[in-house]
Design a protein around this ligand. Structure first.
Ligand code: ADE
Ligand code: ZN
Length: 326
């Protein structure tokens, strides 16, 4: 693809699922080396499955893909591959979601999952200077008790995990179902963020803010249905981690011409651009910036927002903003 102005900007990525960075070629390779049966014979068949009708249909494919990740090396290689690509795209800081629950069900020890990821983060910092951080993600189609159990299980890694989030099937699983999970996460010192308003209504954003008291909203696409809430997000500077290509590919946004991100930006909302599951949606973070077709001034504001909206220490945010002319 042709180079776009945003490619050259330093930026942070705040909404990417490590499992969603599993490229088709690696998925097939891991399946073979771990002898995991998958419903696709080769990369061609696999790519053909990547035409999604909605979030839940996507999640079925995504969780099938997760099954091939079994060994510490798998998590290590996955994380290294993503951080290398991200660094090459000008990403200076990546706050990455990872959901251990399925892997635990498959009998993969947490030490292998998290150990592989943290080793890769440390090596990528050395090799490329990229600042990687992990957000543990609970699955909202499971119970709140499961999410609370997850917090207990990851306690030995508390100091290495930056934050706690909530993902997976949104409809019928409102943020309020996880009020105690977020209260517990906050009490343990995690930064908090919640997927809301991807397929769910604007009321789910309100629950995430008022009931779960999270600091950041992932997606937030449906906020435009509630103009009072848009004004409130702008007033309170609540970051939205939006994902244009994901929303397009999952039918959340019918097209990108009418994508609300620029309108929200101009209304003063702290919107950011992210890739969500780049291996499944045909685009890492720069392809998401480029897909918006915005001018240089707005792209710089978005790159600035990516640091302002991050959970990085204030001094790191200030240093990054200086490189962007602030
Ligand atoms: N997990 C991975 N991708 C997701 C998405 N787009 N929405 C909710 N949960 C997810
Ligand atoms: Zn997501």
């Amino acid at each position: 693809m042709t180079a776009s102005f945003a490619d050259g900007l330093p930026k942070a990525e705040l909404h990417v699922h490590l499992e969603g960075t599993l490229e088709p070629g690696d998925l097939i390779r891991f399946a073979r080396r771990n002898a995991i049966p998958i419903p696709w014979r080769d990369e061609h068949e696999l790519r053909a499955a990547y035409s999604f009708t909605g979030l839940e249909n996507f999640l079925a494919v995504y969780f099938e893909g997760c099954k091939v990740l079994r060994r510490r090396e798998d998590f290590h290689e996955l994380t290294t591959a993503y951080l290398g690509r991200a660094a090459a795209q000008g990403v200076r800081r990546a706050e990455m979601f990872f959901g251990p629950q399925n892997f635990l069900d498959a009998g993969v020890p947490l030490d292998d999952q998290l150990g592989g990821i943290f080793d890769a983060i440390a090596e990528a910092r050395e090799a490329w200077g990229i600042d990687g951080a992990l957000l543990i993600s609970a699955h909202r189609h499971r119970s709140e008790a499961d999410a609370l159990e997850l917090l207990d299980l990851v306690r030995p890694w508390r100091e290495q995990i930056l934050g706690a989030g909530l993902g997976s099937a949104e409809r019928g699983n409102p943020p309020s179902k996880f009020a105690r999970y977020f209260t517990a996460a906050r009490a343990q010192g995690y930064r908090t963020t919640c997927h809301a308003g991807e397929e769910g209504p604007a009321a789910y954003l309100r629950e995430a803010l008022d009931v779960c008291r999270v600091e950041r909203i992932d997606h937030g696409f449906t906020v435009t249905d509630d103009s009072d809430l848009v004004a409130r997000l702008a007033d309170e500077q609540v970051p939205l981690t939006m994902c244009p290509l994901s929303n397009l590919r999952l039918g959340v946004a019918p097209d990108l011409a009418a994508y609300p991100l620029a309108r929200l930006l101009d209304a003063g909302v702290l919107v950011t651009v992210n890739s969500d599951d780049p291996a499944y949606f045909d685009g890492y973070v720069n392809e998401n910036y480029a897909a918006l077709g915005l001018g240089e001034d707005r792209l710089i504001r978005l790159a600035r927002n990516s640091f302002t909206g991050s959970f990085a220490p204030e001094s790191d945010v200030a240093a990054a903003l200086r490189t962007l002319g602030g």
